[in-house]
Write a protein that binds this ligand. Sequence first.
Ligand SMILES: [Fe+2]
Length: 296
Amino acid sequence: MKIRIDTRTLTPDGFGIEVSGFDMSQSDDQSGQVLTQAFLDHGGLLVLRDQTLETPNDLCQFTALFGEVEHNEKYDPRYLLPDYPEILRIGNTMENGQYNALFIRADPSPLLWHCDDSFRHPQPMGSCLYCVQAPPSGGETGFAGMAAAYEGLSETMKSRIDGLVTIHSYDHLNKLLRRRNPHRPPLSDALKQEHPPIRRPLVACHPVTQRKSLYLPLCHIEGIEGMAATEGDALLEELQAHAVQERYTYFQHWQPGDLVLWDNRCTLHAPTPFDDENYSRLMYRLTVTGPQISAA
Ligand SMILES: [Fe+2]
């Protein structure tokens, strides 16, 4: 299939691209190559609109253009789309008085900037969200380009942070989320054992583009190896404040039919709050595995 790329970039520094003239039900090798290149060339953020979901298979096939589609073993099976273990429902929809989607109440400030599952190896290299239902306002997703953010650091800061190692922990994240989400259970011993804290570089090298980026999902990070907590926390917060400035970020104001794919190796994303007592939000999320970051 021949596809037309609308080269509207989404931030002044070239992070993110919106593609038009493509119907995801027509995914094939050729469109996969074009879209993958656009995705990589624009810092790992691809936005498509007006996508009709004839069948969830279309979403699985589209996502498979970018890597091997993962299943969702670590989530409550009630949150998965029936017959589609690849598709995690995210939102506040309910069935028989219980959430049938993973619901995380977003913090208004600070936003929970993160990349998906940096606390496990292999990390999903990419994730996508397809919007089924959106509230009239709020419930956006912010995206931040970490390669551009790294390149925008001073040379002094670059040499200060090159080579530093951070500790990422699922339990640390879960405790943080439980403060605003009491419906979320503590991590089971089995999950704690399956996901022990792991070491990650603070500056990552992308395995395909070789671009350096900040690797800074702050809410997953317990601290910087070998650095006192006060000094480490101050440094990480300073870096995050730099990385999520307006010039490096794009906010997706969701409409049903929107489809966004991002690269967890070189971007951050964050949800914004919405009026979850009066409105519903439902997204389908898929993740793909692929080549991993290395220390820069
Ligand atoms: Fe996420």
